[in-house]
Design a protein around this ligand. Structure first.
Ligand code: ADP
Ligand code: MG
Length: 137
């Protein structure tokens, strides 16, 4: 387990790109942290590494946003508004995770028991000098 302090958004995107290098087809990443911690920022950095350009909108109401990038299909989940973990089942959650897409999941704690085991878990917390990130593989 390793923790680092990341001082700003630019460094956050660089950190995400570095993290993205360890992801392969079918990888599942859980992103933990309070609102505004920087989960979506990390997702943006990861998507950019795989060739996505432009903004990343939080799929707060749709729960999932697909990205068909040239070499890699990716799904970005934001489960903050998931009322009941079973909803994930109704929306066909299994199909997303059984594919060879990379799945990036914000608020995985909202769907305990309905998600596969992650390859990497990232914990982000507020810190006087930016954010503290702990990566658990
Ligand atoms: P979340 O998805 O966790 O709710 P967002 O990524 O949407 O958080 O928002 C994080 C906010 O914090 C953004 O305004 C971003 O600019 C800022 N931010 C991201 N990383 C850092 C950092 N390492 N230090 C300071 N501010 C950051
Ligand atoms: Mg977010």
């Amino acid at each position: 387990m390793q923790s680092v302090i990341i001082p700003n958004e630019t460094q956050m995107l660089s950190f995400a790109a570095e993290l993205a290098r360890s992801l392969t087809k079918g990888s599942v990443v859980f992103l933990y942290g309070d609102l505004g911690a920087g989960k979506t920022t990390l997702v943006r950095g990861i998507l950019q590494h795989f060739g996505h350009q432009g903004a990343v909108k939080s799929p707060t109401y749709t729960l999932v946003e697909p990205y068909k990038l040239s070499k890699q299909k990716m799904y970005h989940f934001d489960l903050y508004r998931l009322g009941d973990p079973e909803e994930l089942e109704y929306m066909g959650g299994r199909d997303y995770f059984d594919s060879d897409a990379i799945c990036l999941v914000e608020w995985p704690e909202k769907a305990i028991g309905f998600l596969p085991k992650p390859n990497i878990s990232v914990f982000i917390s507020y810190h006087a000098n930016g954010r503290k990130i702990t990566v658990v593989q």
